[in-house]
Write a protein that binds this ligand. Structure first.
Ligand SMILES: C[S@@+](CC[C@H](N)C(=O)[O-])C[C@H]1O[C@@H](n2cnc3c(N)ncnc32)[C@H](O)[C@@H]1O
Length: 215
């Protein structure tokens, strides 16, 4: 494909994903996935913890197919609704209790994956993120964007570490002093606790590696 058409094609994909998938991610996240997945490194097995309505999933598929063709697999996990029993964090309010937002949707997420031609590259897992413990594949990349409280983020990093290949890239959203329903986010604290060193992309997205994981 001519380079100009290629650029036009991928910016069309970004617009389509943003239009069809409600979410918070924006050009920072798009650029982050484009940059990471163009590195000279093998990204075969990927876990996305927190899918919502498929926006980051669409961004990932778009970047991965550009660089890997069809040679990748994403395990996309989410509670995918407000009804599935969710973990309580003391008496603090969390994600699934914010009924002002549109409900997460597996159908919507499947739709975008199909439109991008990546149906065979994604396995959807509905339920608590602890379900990924059963994965047999070694992860090369994990993106954590579930509940933003400290314990959840801490635990998610640990699980991904157990499932990771020796070159796993850990990353996640919302390295920021935000709130969900008045509950302060704990992503920053958990990342600082779990890694000796990490990078922050666009003042918002964190990244680290196995060699920086604190035992
Ligand atoms: C900030 S949203 C994720 C946004 C998403 N990455 C996107 O592209 O729009 C957080 C998601 O995490 C999910 N979630 C929260 N707690 C979870 C848990 N314990 N296990 C699995 N998913 C969870 C919610 O259902 C919600 O869809």
């Amino acid at each position: 494909m001519h380079i100009y058409n290629k650029i036009k094609f991928f910016s069309f994909e970004k617009k389509m994903i943003n239009y069809l998938c409600e979410g918070w991610s924006n050009k920072r996240h798009w650029n982050f996935f484009q940059e990471v997945f163009s590195r000279k490194k093998k990204f075969k097995n990927i876990a996305l913890l927190g899918v919502y309505r498929g926006r980051d999933l669409g961004y990932m598929c778009s970047a991965l197919k550009k660089n890997n063709g069809k040679d990748f697999h994403i395990y996309a996990i989410d509670l995918f609704d407000f009804k599935t029993p969710f973990r309580k964090v003391g008496n603090k309010k969390i994600w699934q209790q914010d009924t002002n937002i549109l409900e997460p949707s597996i159908q919507n997420s499947k739709k975008i994956v199909k439109l991008l031609g990546c149906k065979k590259n994604v396995t959807f897992i509905k339920g608590d993120f602890l379900k990924i413990k059963k994965l047999k594949s070694k992860l090369d990349f994990a993106y954590i964007d579930i509940g933003h409280d400290y314990n959840t983020t801490f635990q998610a990093i640990d699980i991904c570490k157990k499932l990771g290949s020796e070159n796993i890239v850990f990353s996640g959203d919302d390295f920021y002093d935000g709130y969900t329903l008045g509950t302060p986010w704990g992503v920053k604290k958990a990342v600082k606790k779990k890694f000796k060193k990490f990078k922050i992309h666009y003042d918002y997205i964190w990244e680290s590696s196995l060699k920086n994981y604190k035992i």
